[in-house]
Design a protein around this ligand. Sequence first.
Ligand SMILES: *[C@@H]1O[C@H](CO)[C@@H](O)[C@H](O)[C@H]1NC(C)=O
Ligand SMILES: *[C@@H]1O[C@H](CO)[C@@H](O)[C@H](O)[C@H]1NC(C)=O
Ligand SMILES: *[C@@H]1O[C@H](CO)[C@@H](O)[C@H](O)[C@H]1NC(C)=O
Ligand SMILES: *[C@@H]1O[C@H](CO)[C@@H](O)[C@H](O)[C@H]1NC(C)=O
Length: 771
Amino acid sequence: MASITLHLSTYFFLFLTLSATDQHRQTTFIVRVQHDAKPSVFPTHTHWYDSTLASVSDSQILLSSRIIHTYDTVFHGFSAKLSALEASKLESVSTVLSVIPEQVRHLHTTRSPEFLGLKTSDSAGLLKESDFGSDLVIGVLDTGIWPERQSFNDRGLGPVPVKWKGTCVGFPCNRKLIGAKYFSAGYEATNGKMNETLEHRSPRDSDGHGTHTASIAAGRYVFPASTLGYARGVAAGMAPKARLAAYKVCWNAGCFDSDILAAFDSAVSDGVDVISLSVGGVVVPYYLDAIAIGAYGASDHGVFVSASAGNGGPGGLTVTNIAPWVTTVGAGAIDRDFPADVKLGNGKLIPGVSVYGGPALAQHRLYPLIYAGNEGGDGYSASLCLEGSLDPKSVKGKIVLCDRGINSRAQKGEVVKKAGGIGMILANGVFDGEGLVADCHVLPATSVGASSGDEIRKYIMSASKSKSPPKATIIFKGTRINVRPAPVVASFSARGPNPESPEILKPDLIAPGLNILAAWPDKVGPSGLASDNRKTEFNILSGTSMACPHVSGLAALLKAAHPEWSPAAIKSALITTAYTVDNRGETMIDESTGNSSTVMDFGAGHVHPQKAMDPGLVYDISSYDYIDFLCNSNYTTKNIQVITRKHADCSRAKKAGHSGNLNVPSMTAVFQQYGKQKMSTHFIRSVTNVGVADSVYSVSIRPPRGMNVTVEPMKLAFRRVGQKLNFLVRVKVAAVKLSPGSSMTKSGSIEWSDGKHVVTSPVVVTMQEPL
Ligand SMILES: *[C@@H]1O[C@H](CO)[C@@H](O)[C@H](O)[C@H]1NC(C)=O
Ligand SMILES: *[C@@H]1O[C@H](CO)[C@@H](O)[C@H](O)[C@H]1NC(C)=O
Ligand SMILES: *[C@@H]1O[C@H](CO)[C@@H](O)[C@H](O)[C@H]1NC(C)=O
Ligand SMILES: *[C@@H]1O[C@H](CO)[C@@H](O)[C@H](O)[C@H]1NC(C)=O
């Protein structure tokens, strides 16, 4: 909750303390208009919106239309730059429902198909049954795409699906990449005209992120694929035959809400089946959140939306993109890594990872080792190896230990190299924990965990005082597979609880997101640095940005196999079949601590594509259920209308109970203790039979430890496919001793099984002691 309060108060603070000149400073707002109220004198909505704007305008002279984008598919209204005064005048216009300040968002393989059990030789497998998803279109909202990649070739693909209405702007499409558009008006309204030597005014990707995510979702088979010799093998996306449409919304200065909403609008009217969004920002209530609003509209049109959970882990309450109609994806490590160990002068070996691909250091020699933070000058900047902070006199010919933070990991390597260093050891901070991310550094370099960093610093300290000065080398060991344990929750993966709706479990699940090989543009070096002129067809990146498109591709395969499934049904299938144990048979560990992870880290668990194909039962959700949920979350009818475009009747919903009754495939209870002895709640759920007729499911309950969970009835007998049956889950708990303001979370599960399918839902209970 903290982040929401903070955001809102800054916003209102701005409004209250505006000086006379600030009153006229313009920023972008997204305006929701009651669009069926257009007076007939206006030939189009744009004319009407222009006239509405003119009526509140500060300036008497109307030069040209001030409208940045108009929206009419997932949202009704427009965006424009407004002064604070104009924005508040606009809010009082009767046909204006809401004036939403714009947020700027930021960007948050391949062995992963094999790791996920998607083998082409497996004739009964998901890829075969769904004809690889060839009639499905995945829309990727990102930094654009580099079309001339093997991953986007259209060999053997049939004609473009007839329903497709999209186009390609700026370069020709093929039967694989069937749509490409860019949305820059919102970006340029705030940032000024873009510099076209630095970025392309077209869907062409000048960053690499969008090319990478698109090929994870739907890249074709490419062999051989590797990055600088690492991760050699067949590269393929999750849905190699699905079609791609790239919607470029992210530019050098970020991704602007007004453009993101325009891309949602366009993608849905073009006819995409899935939207993949590896972008995020600050959590705000859904009616102020352009991504939540766009995603609602998409899901209302039957389009599945997956989004990255964010890279703010391992701390709690860091998860973003948390609307219940979005599938929120955290990141896990697969069973492959790139060991590059540090050997210290005292003989100690310290584990690290790297995908550095240039000439290695001599194996049998040790090099002088320094910690830049010890070398005088501005110790803090130097410890982080910031630009200009290193003294070439002390760095030349040495391996430099740098701490993570502020500048990018690859940039630190560049700084060390420029100062004459011959290698780098990159140490995590306490906050990063023991999670390791491999990078394509421009000099021999490796990453080590926080405790290893401490150990190396200690060694440097003591060796400096001794007769044998500190020395080290880095031993690059290439690619290692069948690593155990796997999967592991990635350290950076953002965690629950859900800051906006604590009764909705987020993240929903995790998918591979650590060290993922996927396609990369020609014009960008693998380190992403401007000075890096290396060319690679593929690059290895990490982030929940990489996890999200795995789920987007899988959703396309599921939709191909089950065209009648709603976005909520697809999500349910992914969630109820996810697993929580690793390849040692134990609960997945959290990379940041090495301890067991929990539902707040992985949601329902790690995706299991084969099982998601045939889940037996699904928890389905209609648009009306979401309205009931928003009513029960105490949103006003006006705010609900901003999100849903429908007039909400909340009297019906209030009778139905509480927001935890939304038919999601998990049950999360939050109790405030207030000195009570016993507390209880219930959840009403409805499951739809998507398996076979005449099947009988019985429930098994694994209550959170010390708590009582009952399910009524305990058997569900389905006569036909498509039939829905309801059940009730009761949770009873006794108060526990907690210090004021603290909380405790425990989880269990309920499982419905007919002997063939197992339909698992997490049951999560949080007890909070009020302050
Ligand atoms: C655009 O970027 C290039 C390369 O950094 C620079 O030389 C040029 O001055 C920039 N142009 C403008 C108009 O800022
Ligand atoms: C991890 O487990 C160890 C040993 O059980 C425990 O001492 C430590 O506090 C745990 N760390 C976290 C962050 O939970
Ligand atoms: C909504 O308001 C009711 C009545 O004040 C309260 O009992 C309930 O807890 C609120 N629900 C949420 C989700 O804030
Ligand atoms: C849970 O069930 C047990 C056995 O029926 C009972 O003794 C206990 O009081 C129950 N606990 C709660 C919190 O209701």
